[in-house]
Design a protein around this ligand. Structure first.
Ligand code: BGC
Length: 344
């Protein structure tokens, strides 16, 4: 999530009536096609491989112990945000630095060895949605290489997510159009692997429920949920005036009603389309937010979406939105339980 006005707009749009098709919830849901992703409880290993370098901004360099810890806590899946564009040559064929590809594969292999599924995504691909004519072909060239590298990996365990949080001019229709070449590039070597795609507005729920997915039975919709942003992002520098550094609590009747409406929108979407979405990010910035409130928010979001069969992925393992306290070497009390995991 980078700017918040889009999220606020998206949240307010959820109050509006759903399109007629989405309201016809009375009929039984269509057979799920494709089968839902085998994800129940997921955690983002965010802020690490997506940055300029590993180990910046309050994150550590991921090691095998981190992966073991996540698996031992009971998560079944990690989402692995990776920055690719800065690790690839500027000129065609935009070759990904082999050392970088090997490092990403190392983390993926660790996760699979711990029986964790992996959602491998592309994060922060510069200018993709603002200069798509020049950037989309580069994105596609890089995805062709990622897809080839992992083509032999089990497709019921490793999933690709083409790009985190489409933004900018990204009307949903154009988001799909911009990512068309990358999907085609993946399909050359991975004809049936699950590919996850979100809509505009930084992957908002509103964009997801109104977008038509590509004509591909192995594409899964995703959205991110950080509403209300002035609570989840209070004091986050990049959120600016949208989320000032002052205590904004969560839990008012209005907050709960907004969450209920979001749940209803997702439920209607599942009935209408047969697709169970992947909630790829939700969480709270920890600088000003008391732990109890962070726990309350995560539990409220999890309890809203998980019963609908939606896969939930917390943002994030460590760092400024962290569930794990790297300094004290423990999970923040209550955070695992918020996702119905046993305390540790
Ligand atoms: C961004 C992170 C950010 C998080 C919450 C992610 O998609 O990549 O930088 O901390 O959203 O805003």
């Amino acid at each position: 999530m980078k700017t918040l006005s889009s999220v606020l707009v998206a949240a307010s749009m959820l109050a509006a009536p759903l399109p007629a098709a989405a309201q016809s919830g009375a009929s039984p849901p269509p057979a799920l096609s494709p089968a839902p992703l085998p994800i129940k409880r997921c955690i983002n290993l965010g802020g690490t491989l997506e940055r300029k370098a590993e180990g910046l901004y309050g994150n550590t360099v991921l090691d095998r112990e981190d992966i073991r810890r996540v698996a031992a806590a009971g998560f079944d899946t990690i989402r692995l945000p990776v920055r690719w564009d800065t690790r690839s040559s500027a000129e065609p064929p935009h070759k990904v630095d082999p050392e970088w590809m090997a490092r990403v594969a190392e983390v993926v292999d660790w996760a699979l060895a711990e029986n964790l599924n992996v959602v491998l995504d592309s994060h922060h691909f510069a200018d993709l949605f603002t200069r798509p004519q020049t950037r989309a072909p580069v994105h596609a060239a890089i995805w062709a290489q990622i897809a080839t590298r992992f083509a032999d990996y089990p497709e019921d365990r490793l999933f690709f997510e083409l790009e985190n949080e489409p933004y900018g001019n990204g009307e949903t229709e154009s988001v799909l159009h911009i990512l068309e070449g990358s999907l085609a590039a993946v399909r050359q070597s991975n004809p049936t692997r699950p590919v996850i795609m979100g809509g505009g507005g930084y992957g908002s729920l509103t964009a997801m429920v109104t977008m038509d997915l590509p004509d591909d039975p192995h594409v899964y919709p995703t959205f991110h949920y950080y509403a209300p942003a002035p609570f989840t992002h209070q004091g986050a520098r990049w959120a600016g005036q949208d989320a000032p550094a002052q205590l904004r609590t969560f839990g008012s009747e209005e907050d709960r009603a907004a969450l209920r409406r979001a749940g209803e929108a997702v439920e209607a979407y599942i009935r209408r389309t047969g697709h169970r979405p992947f909630l790829g990010e939700t969480g709270t910035y920890k600088l000003y937010t008391p732990l109890g409130q962070r726990v309350e928010y995560l539990a409220a979001v999890y309890d809203t979406f998980a019963p609908l069969g939606v896969s939930v992925c917390a943002w994030s393992y460590e760092g400024p939105f962290g569930m794990y306290d790297t300094q004290n070497g423990e999970w923040y009390p209550g955070m695992l339980e918020a996702m119905d995991l046993p305390p540790r």
